[in-house]
Design a protein around this ligand. Structure first.
Ligand code: ZN
Length: 432
């Protein structure tokens, strides 16, 4: 274990021990740990609190000028951990069997540690940095970033301003038989809630063909819940499938085309065929002799740029005239960044260097990340890329928010190398 990796392991262990489950958050505890590390490295920083204890830590290292600025973004809060199912203390930060163990090791204190150590070590070596490098470890990501990135963007709009940003969302090594792929999250789906009220005329309750509102609602929900296919294929999915097969499927064939390349791709691409409607609440009031109503709420996930009218039409058609009310909350998310950028090229050269022959491909995140706030407020080119090689995607999915969360030390080392590579390459102007 090299000196830099040992430094990252110690920092990650200390961050895990500074418990910060959200709710309630208490990001001030890990912010003190990270602040102490930055202070020792001679890096000035601000602690910005949306509420007492809800600390966001932001350090802007000024560049000499002439290059793109780069934000390295992580978050300091974690979800809770009940000790059942854990083979170690989730708040212990234990180093054992080649990993650092504990809640937040992967999500996302490992990223905070790797980013800080990468920047501190480059500065120590006197590396050239032309554009500003901003280190930000924020609060409240696990509960929608209301006291984190969203609050920062609204109250301190200059704090996170950057040309480029790197955060989480993708980056693990995917082995497809004889090919190796790393996905970089360049886009995300959009979210809105949809409230539908159905109204069905009253009928005599003892009749066989009673059009009860509950029967009607269950038929309607069964018809619209789940995945729908959009009119066109989103560009990120088209680019990835083209790179892997040379062809491009019709939108309805996306999931099958991905599964045919490799089963591991099916889960990634299935949500990208179109909008997903997830029923979240259902409340009915059948009343004898009067109109009966049923209120149904849906979580709706749309493709970036997709018009919600498409989904609305589908809902209206399925309801067959029974809709009394249909109401959307404002759409959030759904942003994307281009791939023809210096940041993309810097990631690509890293991937080729550590994994010769591997492909870097764009991916649209099925959900929403903090990249949304960055793209929306500062027009930042924001990517989700956090390389993982030792731990498989399936294993990471099991332990993020689950028991025995841990960061393999070799992956932490890869991440320190990654951030050093990108900050160094952009700092030297290699990808202008
Ligand atoms: Zn999380």
């Amino acid at each position: 274990v090299s000196g830099l990796v040992a430094e990252a392991v110690t920092l990650l262990s200390d961050l895990i021990r500074a418990r910060s489950c959200n709710p309630p958050g208490d990001e001030a505890a890990p912010a003190r740990v990270l602040g102490a590390y930055l202070r020792r490295a001679g890096i000035a920083f601000d602690v910005l609190e949306a509420a007492p204890g809800r600390a966001n830590i932001v350090a802007r290292v000024r560049g000499t000028g002439g290059g793109p600025s780069l934000l390295l973004l992580s978050h300091l809060d974690t979800v809770d951990a009940d000790s059942g199912g854990w083979s170690t203390d989730p708040w212990g930060g234990e180093v054992r069997d080649g990993s650092v163990w504990g809640r937040g090791a992967l999500d996302l204190k490992g990223q905070a540690a790797a980013q800080a150590v990468a920047v501190a070590s480059l500065l120590r070596e006197g590396a050239e940095i032309r554009g500003d490098v901003i280190l930000a470890a924020t609060a409240d990501e696990e509960c929608g970033s209301v006291r984190g990135v969203q609050w920062l963007q609204e109250t301190h709009p200059a704090a996170l301003r950057a040309d480029y940003a790197l955060t989480h969302g993708a980056g693990d090594r995917v082995q497809l038989d004889d090919r190796t792929v790393y996905f970089c999250a360049t886009a995300e789906r959009a979210h809105a809630s949809l409230a539908v009220t159905l109204e069905v005329p009253a009928a005599l309750p003892m009749l066989v063909d009673n059009a009860n509102v509950i029967v009607e609602a269950s038929r309607f929900v069964t018809e619209v819940a789940g995945q729908h296919v959009a009119g066109s294929l989103i560009e990120e999915a088209a680019a990835a499938i083209r790179a892997l097969t040379g062809g491009e499927p019709a939108p309805a064939g996306l999931a099958a085309a991905a599964a045919a390349i490799h089963p591991a791709l099916a889960t990634l691409f299935r949500p990208l065929a179109g909008a997903t409607l997830v029923p979240t609440r259902l409340e009915s009031s059948p009343a004898a002799g009067r109109l009966s109503t049923c209120a149904i709420d849906f979580d709706c996930w749309l493709l970036p740029g997709q018009d919600q009218c498409e989904v609305e039409q589908l809902v209206v058609d399925a309801a067959g005239g029974a809709i009394r009310r249909l109401e959307w909350t404002p759409i959030r998310g759904g942003s994307r960044s281009p791939t023809a950028t210096g940041l993309w090229r810097a990631i690509e050269t890293f991937v080729r260097q550590v994994d010769p022959g591997a492909l870097l491909l764009p991916l649209c995140d099925a959900g929403m990340t903090d990249s949304h706030w960055l793209r929306r407020h500062c027009d930042t080119v924001a990517y989700g890329f956090f390389p993982m090689r030792d731990m498989t995607t399936a294993e990471a999915a099991r332990c993020v928010h689950g028991p025995d969360e841990r960061m393999p030390i070799r992956d932490l080392a890869l991440q320190v190398d990654f951030y050093r590579h990108v900050v160094g390459a952009l700092g030297r102007g290699e990808h202008d």
